[in-house]
Design a protein around this ligand. Structure first.
Ligand SMILES: [Zn+2]
Length: 337
């Protein structure tokens, strides 16, 4: 295959995506990373072993890929990608795989792909949850349409947040598949966003629309100020929420999990709310109401928060870490499941 693919991040997702691309015979592969192998990486980065600890990932992975397939070209790009250098770095590639673990780099990738008219395959994993999307920002929706505050979102690296190794493996396999399908001209997730909850085996795919007011690709966006005024995906910690619920002016707390989960255990004072209805219609809540959304982890509530922000809701917050974090930090006697 003569395609050229850049893989940004050679960690939990990237190291596996890279292996599949090399195995499939993708003609030229760019490996972008700035880190060395750490012991805490090994459970999800199976390309590396204990003897690699402390060595740079880019050089190691290049060597591994050439062992998998000696007939391909692999370029190791060591160093941090920034808004300033990313365009020059990825320009030679046809497809860009986002396997990074932070939103700042992600926003830079989005912007560069928009300007260079590249296809951008986004993958992310957090604990048991994954997400996947294929963007062609110059013609369809982009990361900014999905998450206007991408640059301001909580910037929690996988090492801190924790990732289930096989969850990273599942997302990486799907991400590699999307790239190979793009190369082969097959149907892909283009214009769609997949939310994967591996704990509940609950997988949702939603259609994305290009937003005229997107801070990145919208008609009013200025190239220089893209993302600058973006609204952040506001998080509230369990401790902060507890204080607010005990105050005289508590926010409305909405449980977005399934009904049976709510029946099993829930945070006192909340109201169960249908996720689909909330993101489609606002479920009867007003745009000026202060809402705190929670789910088991936080991917469902984060998706709902984005949807409500797009509808003009200004005071929507996500309970960081969901009911799991609440049980751990605010109510240790709560039933865990
Ligand atoms: Zn956009």
């Amino acid at each position: 295959m003569s395609a050229k693919v850049a893989v940004i991040g050679a960690g939990g997702l990237g190291s596996l995506v890279l292996g599949y691309l090399a195995g499939a015979g993708v003609g030229e592969i760019g490996v972008f990373d700035s880190g060395a192998v750490e012991l805490s990486n090994l459970h999800r980065q199976l390309t590396y072993g204990t003897s690699d600890i402390g060595k740079l990932k880019t050089a190691l992975v290049r060597q591994r890929l050439l062992e998998i397939n000696g007939g391909i070209k692999v370029n190791a790009h060591e160093g941090l990608l920034t808004r300033e250098n990313i365009k020059a770095a990825i320009e030679r590639y046809d497809y860009i795989a986002d396997c990074t673990d932070n939103f700042i780099t992600r926003a830079a990738i989005n912007r560069a792909c928009l300007e260079l008219k590249k296809t951008y395959v986004h993958g992310a994993v957090y604990q048991f949850e994954g997400q996947l999307a294929v963007f062609e920002p110059h013609s369809g929706p982009c990361l900014g349409c999905l998450a206007p505050g991408a640059e301001n979102q909580e910037n929690q690296a996988c090492a801190e947040a924790g990732v289930m190794g096989p969850a990273a493996g599942a997302v990486a396999s799907m991400q590699a598949l999307e790239i190979l399908k793009l190369i082969l001209g097959l149907e892909t997730l283009k214009g769609k966003f997949a939310m994967l909850d591996f704990r509940l085996s609950d997988f949702n795919v939603i259609e994305l629309k290009k937003r005229p007011d997107c801070p990145a690709c919208g008609s009013k966006a200025q190239l220089e100020t893209r993302f600058a005024g973006a609204i952040s995906l506001a998080m509230i910690t369990p401790e902060e929420l507890k204080t607010r619920l005990d105050s005289g002016t508590p926010p409305r707390l909405l449980d977005l999990r399934y009904g049976w989960e709510h029946d099993l255990v829930h945070i006192p004072g909340d109201a169960w709310t249908d996720f689909e209805e909330l993101i489609k219609t606002g479920a009867g809540f007003g745009p000026e109401e202060e809402l705190v959304l929670y789910c088991k982890g936080q991917s469902k509530s984060a998706a709902a928060c984005r949807a409500l922000r797009k509808k003009g809701f200004r005071k929507v917050f996500v309970l960081k870490g969901g009911i799991d974090a609440w049980a751990e930090k605010a109510d240790k006697r709560m039933l865990r499941y």
